[in-house]
Write a protein of this length. Structure first.
Length: 368
């Protein structure tokens, strides 16, 4: 694509080609340049002046977030999950969209401060803690890394796959990950998991107690999974303890903005963009993102990568976070989910933004 010397004026009619030109000529080169700064450990927040191209990049990131919000705001497809009874009571029309860059800048639209339960979006972050504590080989050996092609709560996957737990992003592997945390008591296990989520977010997070009660009281399926894993020597703590702590982990309240920043920590090679804390060793980030790419959407992971081309994780509470490695994270939240338990509005908004910015891992991927 031929790049003009200045930001092109935005045409009223050809919005899509304008965005293509912007992303190819301005956003991508700029974000790449910023990446090298972050990788040298220099937070861009320490810069005192911003070049004009950076100002225009900020304007355009805000514009694409606004466009995604406007495009899907009124969509009513899907329904709140209700197998965890309290999730059915969350206002279905809530919708938030946030981009957080790897240097901690935030661009947002909609209900970005509403605290919802993180649910399965927590899973990669606890997998990261397992990697930090035990190394990636332990995660491979003791949990597994194969996508199942089956729903998140599949018991059949445990029987089909020799590894049983399959990978840390389905319920079985996530409960196994909780059981692997090196803890000397249940409260220590929970404290470490919560603190790790907080380190990724760079802020204190709280348990949504009503969500925890609602899920734990009805957790017969996950209890079955925990007991099956224990039976196969693929659970590494008392099953009921692992189930309780896993359910607490899923009941942590986050905002769309929190999720975006958690993703930005991964985009920033494992170091929080604002606190500067190293949460995950840089060398483990590609392994974690590979898991998110292959299994982040469960039995829809192939379709997601085919369209959006970004590692991501969904939660049945309606949150999704996607990572553009070395650049930024895109998070969205809306409670109505599809059959696979993935938020329809959040999925569409993130896919739209990835396409408009041309940031798919395998190449620019505008929507048809
Ligand atoms: O274990 C469960 O069923 C929930 N706590 C989490 C499931 C979930 O988020 C599925 N994701 N889309």
């Amino acid at each position: 694509m031929k790049c003009p010397s200045n930001t092109p004026p935005r045409p009223a009619h050809n919005w899509k080609s304008y965005w293509k030109q912007l992303s190819a000529c301005i956003l991508l080169p700029l974000l790449s340049a910023q990446t090298s700064l972050a990788f040298e450990g220099i937070a861009a927040t320490t810069q005192t002046t911003r070049p004009s191209s950076e100002v225009s990049e900020q304007l355009e990131l805000q514009e694409v977030v606004d466009a995604a919000y406007a495009k899907y705001k009124d969509l009513e497809e899907g329904a709140n999950a209700d197998y965890i009874p309290i999730l059915a009571t969350v206002p279905s029309d809530l919708f938030g969209v946030v981009i957080a860059t790897k240097d901690g800048q935030v661009f947002s639209a909609g209900d970005i401060d509403y605290k919802f339960s993180i649910q399965s979006v927590s899973k990669p972050f606890t997998a990261a803690l397992v990697m930090q504590q035990m190394g990636p080989q332990a995660l491979l050996d003791k949990i597994g890394v194969e996508p199942t092609g089956l729903p998140f709560n599949s018991k059949m996957a445990l029987e089909l796959y020799e590894q049983r737990s399959a990978n840390p992003l389905v319920n079985a592997g996530a409960i196994a990950a909780v059981s692997l945390i090196q803890a000397d008591s249940e409260s220590d296990r929970w404290a470490q998991i919560k603190e790790n989520l907080e380190d990724f977010a760079g802020t204190q997070l709280s348990l949504l107690d009503e969500v925890y009660q609602s899920e734990y009281e009805t957790a017969w399926s996950n209890r079955g999974i925990a007991n099956l894993l224990y039976n196969y020597n693929r659970l590494y703590s008392d099953p009921e303890e692992a189930l309780r702590v896993y359910t607490q982990q899923c009941s942590v309240g986050v905002s769309t903005q929190d999720l975006a920043i958690m993703g930005a920590t991964l985009a920033n090679a494992g170091t929080h963009p604002l606190t500067g804390k190293l949460v995950l060793d840089r060398k483990h980030v590609p392994e974690l993102l590979a898991l998110m790419a292959t299994a982040g959407f469960y039995d829809e992971s192939g379709a997601w990568m085919y369209s959006a081309g970004l590692p991501a994780k969904t939660g049945v509470g309606g949150g999704i976070v996607a990572i553009v490695p070395g650049k930024l994270a895109i998070a969205a939240f809306s409670p109505r989910v599809n059959q696979a338990g993935n938020s329809i509005k959040a999925m569409k908004a993130i896919r739209f933004i990835a396409g408009e910015l041309g940031v798919g891992l395998y190449g620019a991927n505008p929507e048809d």
